[in-house]
Design a protein around this ligand. Structure first.
Ligand code: FE
Length: 189
């Protein structure tokens, strides 16, 4: 696992977060997919129907998996913020520091996730929040820098000190990996 031995985020947190919680989402996503294949579509209803409930929870499980993968992908190695991703961030936020300030503030404001996404609607980078895996996502925006603000991500190591967790998260961001991801995504615009 590339995201162990982090600076300030314990292996215990990662063991629970990646080893148990993330794996649980993966299993549930698969279970929902399997059930959807066998569903009786004639019962479809907006008030209650199996297909409706499965589709709602599919968005919860799928986004949980995708956002967690993006989160763990960001962590580990640290390194200087530089490269095309950082340049694009500065372009769209006035400066890299402005972006950082915005992203950190959103960490204090979000009940679930903070996501810097590449917005395929106009080719710009934007910070978004999500209070649950399947809330407030923007269609056509692809996550690049992802911060998990659920308590399970920081409570063991930081208690209720969210600010300390966010600062530690920034110290662990692997900018080289983000740069590669950004290049791959932006090439499709
Ligand atoms: Fe999480």
């Amino acid at each position: 696992m590339p995201f162990k031995n982090l600076n300030g985020i314990s292996d215990k947190t990662i063991d629970i977060h990646w080893g148990k919680l993330y794996q649980g989402y993966v299993k549930k996503w698969q279970e929902i997919q399997d059930k959807l294949e066998k569903i009786d579509l004639t019962e479809a209803s907006t008030t209650f129907s199996e297909v409706r409930e499965l589709k709602v929870e599919q968005s919860f499980a799928a986004n949980a998996v995708l956002l967690h993968e993006a989160y763990f992908d960001v962590l580990g190695g640290g390194g200087k913020p530089e490269g095309r991703a950082v340049e694009a961030i500065a372009r769209d936020y006035g400066s890299f520091e402005n972006w950082q300030e915005n992203f950190k503030a959103l960490g204090m404001a979000s009940r679930g996730w903070v996501v810097l996404a590449y917005d395929f609607n106009d080719g710009k980078l934007r910070n978004y929040i999500a209070d649950a895996h399947n809330l407030y996502g923007i269609w056509g925006a692809s996550p690049i820098v992802v911060l998990d603000m659920y308590e399970h991500a920081y409570f063991i190591d930081f208690g209720s000190d969210k600010k300390a967790y966010i600062e530690t998260y920034f110290k662990n961001i692997n900018w080289e990996r983000i740069d590669k991801k950004y290049a791959k995504i932006a090439a499709n615009y």
